[in-house]
Design a protein around this ligand. Structure first.
Ligand code: ZN
Length: 372
């Protein structure tokens, strides 16, 4: 900016000539009109009204004019800048209205469209039932024990008093794992959770109180009542002085926790190689509580009007199993029992077809609800 100069002639200042001011004004108006977006308008605004724009620079020249010329030049530049600012505000308003209208269309939500969110899944009832059973025993001080599903034959059979020639060995419908050379590898897919008992006795300090839930395998075809992969829960207690009475009390407590107050069990003699004596365990029918027995007017589907439901096998751990697993049978005794979780789920919830449990359809699992 120049210093005030009395002899300064405004006509000679190129930037303040009337036609030049008009040209700058028209240029700005044309730029604003040509801006087709708010970004483009912002660029035009900086170029034509910013501190470095020709009109702003012209405005600064006024200060250097002699007083008599100032008013005239100031009026011209002021009017031009006023017109420019007015055009800028108008174009700004237009472009903002366009943008708002476009956003309304582009971001509109059609609430009549079909609902297509992926529905929430559900935990499988076999898992929740298994965890519920574990909880009953963990609350009594038991620990959860696990073992491999591809198991050494020795753990699956021999350690449990099922020798190579034992008839029970062939009754187990076993999947044998073939070795790399095609020969017998000595490994099977475990046919029951009982090998975890043997592993627990060999690795844990006495006394032992463990519950062993897990997946087991048999060469059954999948049908309404069989599946080649199913789940068992096995229980083992080894301590000094344990008797059948402790087993019976434990079973009664379990069915009361799972099926309600007043439930009881009964034992029927049976044979298992790994327990002696052995028993089949029944629980009183939780639907009719025995009221259907001999009462044709009140038939019960759940127990076929027998009053009892077969739950699983149990007994005192065979001395030969204790010896095979390094436990002194003169000092320690123990009890064990096991049952199938699929079977319990079937009669507990009236599931009629086992295939429903393996097909992974959420229409089956969801009605069981959530259990944490
Ligand atoms: Zn019944």
């Amino acid at each position: 900016m120049s210093a005030p100069n009395k002899s300064y002639d405004p006509v000679e200042v190129e930037a303040l000539k009337p036609e030049e001011i008009e040209r700058l004004r028209d240029e700005a108006l044309a730029a604003f009109a040509a801006a087709d977006s708010l970004d483009a308008l912002h660029e035009a605004k900086v170029a034509h009204t910013g501190p470095a724009s020709p009109l702003s620079l012209a405005n600064r020249e006024i200060g250097a004019l002699p007083p008599h010329a100032k008013a005239d030049a100031g009026k011209r530049v002021g009017m031009a800048r006023g017109a420019v600012n007015k055009a800028l505000a108008a174009r700004q308003g237009e472009l903002e209205a366009d943008r708002d209208a476009r956003v309304l269309v582009e971001e509109a939500v059609d609430v009549t469209l079909p609902y297509d969110r992926v529905p929430a899944g559900a935990r499988h009832p076999l898992t929740t039932l298994s965890e519920r059973i574990e909880d009953v025993f963990v609350a009594m001080g038991y620990e959860v024990a696990e073992g491999p599903e591809a198991e050494a034959e020795w753990f699956n059979f021999d350690a449990l008093n099922i020798g190579p020639d034992h008839p029970a060995r062939s009754e187990h419908d076993t999947f044998f794992v073939r070795g790399a050379d095609g020969a017998d590898s000595g490994v099977v897919l475990r046919t029951h959770t009982s090998p975890v008992q043997a592993r627990s006795m060999l690795t844990r300090e006495l006394p032992i109180y463990v519950i062993c839930p897990g997946r087991v395998y048999r060469t059954d075809e999948l049908d309404a009542t069989h599946t080649p992969v199913f789940h068992q829960v096995e229980l083992l207690a080894i301590d000094e002085g344990l008797t059948m009475a402790d087993l019976k009390g434990t079973l009664d407590h379990m069915v009361q926790m799972l099926f309600g107050e007043g439930m009881k069990t009964r034992l029927r003699p049976n044979f298992f190689p790994f327990t002696e004596p052995s028993a089949e365990m029944d629980m009183v029918c939780y639907v009719c509580r025995g009221a259907s027995v001999g009462n044709p007017d009140r038939p019960c589907r759940t127990c076929s009007s027998e009053g009892w439901i077969e739950l699983g096998g149990c007994g005192m751990v065979n001395r030969r199993v204790l010896v095979a697993c390094g436990v002194d049978p003169e000092k320690y005794s123990g009890f064990a029992f096991g049952f199938g979780i699929e079977r319990m789920l079937m009669f507990r919830h009236n599931v009629e077809d086992m295939r429903d449990m393996v097909e992974g359809d959420v229409r089956f699992t969801r009605p069981f609800g959530m259990e944490i």
